[in-house]
Design a protein around this ligand. Sequence first.
Ligand code: SER
Length: 867
Amino acid sequence: MRAHELRSAWDRFFERRGHTVVPSAGLIPHHPSAPMFTNSGMMPFVSYFLGEEAVPYDPPRASSIQKCVRAGGKHNDLDAIGRSTRHLSFFEMAGNFSFGDYFKAEMIPWAWEFVTSSVGEGGLGVDGDRIWATVHTTDDEAEAIWADVVGLPRQRIQRMGTDNFWEMGETGPCGPSSELFFDFGPEFGADGGPAQGSEWRYIEFWNLVFTQYFRGADGQLTDLPNTNVDTGLGFERTLALTEGSSSLYDADGMRQLVSGAEQVTGRSLGDSDLGDIALRLLADHTRSTAFLISDGVIPSNEDRGYVLRRIMRRAVRFAYLLDVSDAVLVPMIERCAEMMGDAYPDLRTNSELILGVAEREEGQFRTTLANGSTLLDQALDGLDDDATLPGAVAFKLHDTYGFPLEVTEEMAQLRGHEVDLAGFDAEMEQQRARAKAASKGGGVEVGEAADEFRRLITENGPTEFVGREVSTTEATVLGIVGGSVVLDRTPFYAESGGQVGDTGTLSWSGGSARVLDTTFALPGLTRHVLGNDAAPDVGGLSAGDTVTASIDVERRNAIRRNHTATHLLHWALRQVLGDHVKQQGSLVDETRLRFDFSHFQALSADEIVRIEDLVNREVLTGEPVSHEEMSRSDADERGAIAFFGEKYGDDVRVLEAGPSVELCGGTHVSALGQIGTVKVTSEASIGSNIRRIEASTGLNTIELLRRDEATLGALAAELGTSSDELLATMRRRNDDNKALRAEVGQLRTEAARSKAMSLAETATDGVIVARVEAASRDEVRDQALALRDRPGIRAVVLGAVPGGKGVTLVVATSVDGDLHAGELMAPAAKAISGGGGKGADLAVAGGKNADGLDEALEMLRTALGIS
Ligand code: SER
């Protein structure tokens, strides 16, 4: 079966059964309980399973084919890839979902029907006699449906424990599952079914999860508001199975990428084990790379960017191991976009960004790899015969240079050394502990507060946000959790989309409290965080009371200006720099706006001016800004740009501000003129290929200009001139300074030289050893040479701390004498922690340790026999 055939068979089968066919969400998940990457089809729907958000489908059913990455966290398959033919880091999962609608009785027969009905009838056409099913040890109901409704012989239904209990991550929705297996036949391994037989023979390809629990951060299971269904059919696995293979690399799409890897590397499958691993790994890692970059991840040393970097580097490393010196990522990604661009058009629209990032990362890493090999060679050079390579070196190679331990071991063994594995493990353990400590303290609510917030949203639905229309409103208190208040409606904007939360006041008949911040406790549930002094009893306020909620309007206005300006800035950046500019993050508060975006180099002064001009010209039009709610498809029709990393439902808000059209849920000015003057205040790099720009608007720009003006005024006053004359005056001063410095230098040299000459009189037995003053190393040398060339002098040793920095030691010996300057110098140079000249009649050494100078001079006195 071809990939596009399976796509349409899946969509049609579930569409006919009342499901809304939903396009794949991005790889960056949004729910607070979600892991690093979207790792299964159900993840975009988590808040529907949890009852946090209303299900937008009628009936409440959906199906999708979701792109997934499993590389980090609970479901991490990265290390197996390439060696195993049954794991991928990027894969697609076909899924269907019931949100409190149908359950086991419908799902199990449907699964059977889809798998066993013929291709012509819209199924997979798989021989039902080859199918086994497993159910959870406790699940009598599922077993009965398989046996009595479907008619699957009882001997092909097996019960399993943890294997049949699926969990999204450490926390989140979960439940018992029933899995479908395909039996490849006795030539692939032992009988006994999935529970006892060979794992190479019985291959799982569809997981039906009956999602009915939530696992909290304390590990406890609680019932979800409804019973749900979440199924995941391995897309590549199913394609391979229809080709009679258990290898995912035989699936349509993967097969072509493996042959792409053969072309790019010049190796063929079957040439060698290492070669086969590399070819498969390249096929897999290319897809992860292309899709992750397309979804807004950029290789870096943190979080998702770090995982992406590991994936990319691993691919390059394997190519390097095969002695492939041409870049591999770019041609592989191009191949991938050809294969998958129809199903995922983003791969094509974002191709400039994807290829640019891939090319750079590979180039940089190839240099790193070459350096790593040098480091390893040096470390091995320094070892005695039979000594082991320290674990710390192997770990550094692994951690910094991406050398897997096996590669280091192999290279060390070639030169007769073992690696200290225990040392390596200890370093690894320490790093894990560090990583664990760093990953704690995420934003997920735990324990009682989380349960209370979930209860509030389940009972009352999401908080109504009225802050676009009004700045103050009456509202009813729904609950007080910790130091925060939940209302039925609110003008307070909860921090999201880069815009900070509002501040303001809540007042009621008995008192009032400051709201210091506003955030979402759960998607859609607004939490007003009160000042510490108000907590915990909030002055007698309790659920059911009426309050007046008022935001700080001045602050909100400043925030709005910065937010709308961010959109204009994004538009102008794309105009000036190109469409590869994509938002990577933003922060909008009352003082400034900050915008991170993908771009490969620093902005020039001229580019910044052009960007400012474009933005300010738009502001000056004073045109109205529109911020309307519409369907996602209408938004797409208007050409709205979606920010990476934002979650959008089916109904979205589209902000049109001048030429900029973007999806955005923030708060904005109603006309461009309200923004005031926009001024870029800084531009810098914050990681490879990511720039950060900051700007000010409105009254803040005026403040900024006033501050600069005041600084200039103060400077001018200090220099006794006017602001207009400042530059000319400053230049004159600098020239004067330069001339004065030169004059002083000359005077100093002359003084030093005449002082040196007086040293000639101190000669003992033709030898002079002295500490002198000098402005530079050259000056010390000149003094020494001038002294040496005087009659009767055999050797001159001068030491100085020129300009108060570093130590200079000079030994000059007469050209026709038998004293060797370099040999005299060698031991003395150690005393000043220095090194340098080894000449026979002149040795000049520079050192760091000024405290050692007297000792060095004393050593030379002794060596020259005058002490
Ligand atoms: N969530 C389940 C899985 O990932 C079924 O979709 O296997």
